[in-house]
Design a protein around this ligand. Structure first.
Ligand SMILES: Cc1ncc(COP(=O)(O)O)c(C=O)c1O
Length: 387
């Protein structure tokens, strides 16, 4: 018997309303499952299913081929010496911070770092110094600021920070900082650099060695067409012994990973999507062209894109005085934009936002982007005529 949604609801099934909408939520565009991953999710959904033939170490499982993925495909993709899967970008960052620094040490973050970077450092008992950005409208990270902050710390505390991090791109403006210059600066002081690629690994070509990254972090559910929670971590050989150190009591278990990380379906979805993910990073320049085209359509409507210009990433932040003005008089107030978008089956601009919002054009396609830009135009016209 095949049950429909209504019948399934009785047993706790919750249909997802936004599933079939055009999605421009930056958190979600890069995490949409491929068909292969959707199948993998069903096939491997039972709890510890991936451990059918496990000898005690998750990343050494041969059937399914997790070992091949973690120890061969993933490091090659990231161009790092060693890689692991984690529960997400934040877990990757925490692992590195916790292993590379001692409680009370300083680390350096860009001011645009995601909250999870700050919280990861706090959980590890670390002190944080931030590198400023240029503020409105470009929000450019001050590359030389890394040297200034490191110099200040050496003068004040007598030693260099244990680690520096840069968010590439940042999660608000989609700005791509000059990581190569940042890594050169940090390495002059022997400070290792972690690159948070939550919005780049799986979307655009990333080469940790070319960037000079000692650690590279990715988010599977955000950018690698995977079902969460899952992330990746690439580590330079020089630091592998520290980050992947083994338990003195349980000889094959890595302490920072509590023995094993992703023990179920998310890793199978990541592996199932991987060929598609590798392939889509080769088409990144089409994505950038789409983002720029969309940005210019919105700018023509008086909706201004902040951050790098021309933009180099699908994640964009807009300032929309025209929509804010409408919201002051609209019947639904500041919810008018969300309602109008919902009616047009466009999901992703947060409910209640009009003056400032961010969105992502990743994998949306030019035709849908045109529909979204036309929708903005239609909505503005409609309310301006009413006003
Ligand atoms: C820049 C950035 N880094 C990290 C994260 C957290 O990713 P994860 O959910 O994989 O921990 C986010 C989430 O929004 C983010 O925007």
């Amino acid at each position: 018997m095949v049950l429909d949604d209504a019948a399934l609801k009785k047993f706790g099934f919750i249909p997802r309303k936004a599933k079939d909408a055009i999605n421009i939520d930056p958190l979600q565009t890069g995490g949409k499952l491929t068909e292969e991953a959707s199948r993998a999710l069903l096939e491997w959904g039972d709890g510890y299913s991936v451990c059918d033939y496990c000898d005690g170490v998750l990343d050494l499982i041969k059937k399914p081929p997790i070992e091949e993925f973690v120890h061969s495909a993933l490091p090659e993709f990231l161009n790092t010496d060693v890689a692991r899967i984690t529960h997400g970008a934040r877990e990757s960052k925490f692992t590195v911070m916790h292993s590379m620094a001692k409680e009370g040490d300083y680390i350096v973050l860009d001011e645009l770092a995601h909250y999870s970077s700050f919280v990861a450092a706090q959980r590890a008992g670390l002190n944080i110094r931030t590198v400023p950005h240029s503020g409105n409208p470009e929000y450019k990270t001050d590359v030389d600021g890394y040297a200034t902050v490191i110099d200040d710390l050496i003068r004040e505390t007598g030693k260099a920070p244990a680690l520096a991090q840069v968010t590439y791109p940042d999660g608000n403006y989609g700005n791509l900082a000059d990581v190569k210059r940042i890594s050169n600066l940090c390495h002059r002081y022997d400070v290792p650099l972690m690159v948070n690629g939550a919005y780049s690994v799986g979307r655009m070509p990333i080469d940790a060695k070319k960037l000079g990254a000692d650690f590279i972090v990715g988010s599977g559910h955000k950018s690698m067409a995977s079902s969460g929670p899952i992330g990746v971590l690439g580590v330079k050989e020089e630091y592998a012994g520290i980050v992947f150190r083994k338990s003195p009591t349980h000889k094959n278990k890595e302490v920072e990973f509590l023995g094993c990380t992703v023990r179920g379906a998310p890793v199978m979805t990541m592996m199932a999507s991987f060929p598609h993910v590798v392939e889509r990073t080769n088409r990144w320049y089409d994505e950038v062209a789409d983002a720029r085209w969309f940005s210019s359509r919105l700018e023509d409507l008086g909706i201004m894109q902040m951050g790098d210009k021309p933009h180099n990433h699908d994640l964009m932040f807009f300032e929309a005085p025209v929509l804010y003005e409408i919201s002051q008089a609209a019947k639904k107030g500041r919810y008018f934009l969300y309602k109008e978008m919902k009616q047009r089956k466009i999901h992703g601009i947060k409910s209640g936002l009009t003056k400032y919002f961010k969105l992502s054009t990743f994998q949306v396609g030019r035709e849908n982007l045109k529909y979204i830009a036309d929708s903005f135009e239609e909505i503005i016209d409609k309310y301006q005529k009413m006003g």
